[in-house]
Design a protein. Structure first.
Length: 100
């Protein structure tokens, strides 16, 4: 059996699975949403290889947490980080007012 025949046969055998999204409007044709959701973790994992110390890893984790929290609350991460840094320079002892 040729390679083309193998691929066509596989597709035909999977036809019900391939067209399932047509039966239910809530299903996506692809997994792009899931891929986009895990992309920051994949990129972060590569960057975390360069955290040479525990303090560096903690700083990276804290920054990452702040960025994801800003996104989850509909804020622009860059603007939120600038706001937090400005406020921390004014009142370094208080963090509660910085929560989104």
């Amino acid at each position: 059996m040729s390679e083309v025949n193998k691929h066509v046969t596989y597709s035909l055998n999977q036809w019900q699975n391939l067209t399932r999204y047509l039966e239910n409007g809530r299903l996506n044709i692809d997994n792009n949403r899931a891929e986009r959701a895990i992309k920051p973790f994949v990129i972060g994992g590569k960057n975390w290889l360069f955290s040479n110390t525990a303090n560096g890893a903690n700083a990276s984790a804290m920054l990452y947490s702040m960025i994801e929290t800003a996104k989850a609350n509909g804020l622009v991460p860059f603007d939120y980080l600038i706001h937090c840094l400005e406020q921390l320079s004014l009142k370094p002892e208080s963090l509660e007012h910085l929560l989104p």
